[in-house]
Design a protein around this ligand. Structure first.
Ligand code: S3P
Length: 444
């Protein structure tokens, strides 16, 4: 199936750069923005969300709730949502098109499972290939029904919500999307729901549910929620800067000699900071300053200066804590002075692209010695990269990673498929131009 035109379109030209310098703020966290819209919509009254991420993915979630009767207003950095209460959604007036957003889709499936109406979800060509059975299975066990019972693994899907009940579910994958879909469905369910995952995945849903007054019993990798609790109103939610967007700048500044960069108000939830830990072990110079909280979420300013990196081995729980960072981590590994091994990361194959094969294919074009493994990759550590023409595979994180690689490469690098960046980071180009002294240019 061909990629959607806008994900495959767009070309940036990148020149070698003598360091990232500056003091910048980055857009709001994608995971937290989706959850803020969902929970504010299900609570009573008005919630103001500061620094909601206005990217294509999060706007798809916002529009889905608009189609179900939730009024919102955007005013500069503020998104105001008028919640209708737990049972206040109405049947959508159209097919819910979630674009490229796996998070929006899977979490929404959880919400829709508990509704007294039917709805249809679809998405772009990438999303229509991504596995949904991991969510429809537990939601079916709760009593929800999905059309295409023959193929409940893929969008488009019709959801027949209704009376659902709590379950005990042992997830085979450490996935916040699976956990969150079940937790959201559990709000509408009769009885109690218990979820256990192999290792703790990002816990933004648990933290935000607690902010909205929901009682959740939590231990390391298990949580329990009693159904039919009402969400209390929350006046303000401040969304921290996205650590997964910061990751491109953190690696860029770590590998480019001369760098001195400060990123303000970035979320440092410990379920998301695997990359920081790994880079520090590789020798990176990263300092977290002004640590504080935005509601239930810890934030800090991150100061990065250049430092030579050495290779490392990454597997197990660390993989889960940096699951979205492997495309950019592959660039750090390619610039290290000894080999890096990544294993137990097979989940990368079912993201916006197959991120193992995409990164291996593209890094080879830049002269990197990298070998594909079923569950990861092995990189020799090239130190110097050679500019070339590469492709994002329609994946925003692959696109931004290749741009960072281009800043380190000799000569010019052309990155095709930069249209995908708008799904998570619409202001990426202006920010990278600011801190790289104009070394990235849109030549589409
Ligand atoms: C997300 C969870 C992760 C991550 C995705 C965002 C979330 O997916 O890759 O970008 O917000 O819950 P999985 O839960 O499938 O690992």
């Amino acid at each position: 199936m061909a990629l959607d035109a806008h994900l495959a379109a767009g070309t940036y030209l990148v020149q070698k750069c003598d360091g990232l310098k500056g003091d910048i703020r980055l857009p709001g966290d994608k995971s937290i923005s989706h959850r803020a819209v969902m929970l504010a919509s299900l609570s009573h009254g008005e919630t103001t969300i500061y620094d909601f991420l206005e990217s294509e993915d999060c706007l798809a979630t916002l529009n889905a709730f608009k189609s179900m009767g939730i009024h919102h207003e955007i005013d500069g950095h503020r998104l105001i949502i008028e919640g209708n209460g737990l049972w206040g959604l109405h049947e959508p007036d159209q097919v819910l098109d979630m674009g490229n957003s796996g998070t929006g889709t899977r979490l929404l499936l959880g919400v829709l499972a508990g509704q007294k109406f039917s709805s249809v979800l679809t998405g772009d060509s990438s999303l229509r290939k991504r596995p949904m059975k991991r969510v429809t299975d537990p939601l079916s066990q709760m009593g929800a029904k999905f059309s295409r019972q023959d193929e409940p693994n893929e969008l488009p899907l019709q959801v027949h919500g209704g009376e659902i009940h709590g379950i005990q579910y042992k997830s085979p994958v450490a996935s916040a999307q699976i956990k969150s879909a079940i937790l959201l469905a559990a709000l509408f369910a009769e009885g109690t729901t218990e979820i256990e995952e192999p290792t703790l995945s990002r816990d933004h849903s648990e933290r935000m549910l607690e902010t909205f007054g929901i009682t959740i019993t939590r231990s390391e990798n298990r949580c329990v929620l009693r159904g039919k609790q009402q969400l209390s109103s929350v006046e303000d939610i401040m969304v921290p800067g996205d650590i997964s967007s910061a990751a491109f700048f953190i690696v860029g500044a770590s590998i480019l000699p001369g760098s001195d960069l400060i990123l303000r108000e970035i979320g440092i939830n410990p379920t998301r900071t695997g990359l920081l830990d790994v880079l520090k072990k590789m020798g990176a110079n990263i300092a977290l300053i002004n640590q504080r909280y935005f509601g239930a979420e810890p934030v800090a300013d991150i100061h990065i200066t250049y430092s030579p990196l050495k290779g490392i081995t990454v597997s197990g729980k660390t993989v889960v804590r940096m699951i979205d960072e492997f495309p950019i981590f592959a660039i750090a590994a390619a610039c290290a002075d000894s080999p890096t091994i990544v294993s137990e990361a097979e989940e990368l194959r079912v993201k916006e692209s197959d991120r193992i094969s995409a990164m291996v294919e593209e890094l080879k074009k830049l002269g990197v010695d990298i070998e594909e493994k079923e569950d990861g990759f092995v990189v020799s550590g090239a130190k110097s990269l050679t500019g070339s023409e590469c492709f994002s595979h329609g994946d925003h994180r692959v696109a931004m990673s290749l741009i960072m690689a281009g800043l380190h490469s000799d000569g010019e690098t052309k990155v095709n498929g930069t249209g995908s960046i708008a799904t998570s980071f619409p202001t990426f180009l202006e920010l990278i131009q600011e801190v790289s002294n104009g070394k990235v240019e849109d030549i589409s």
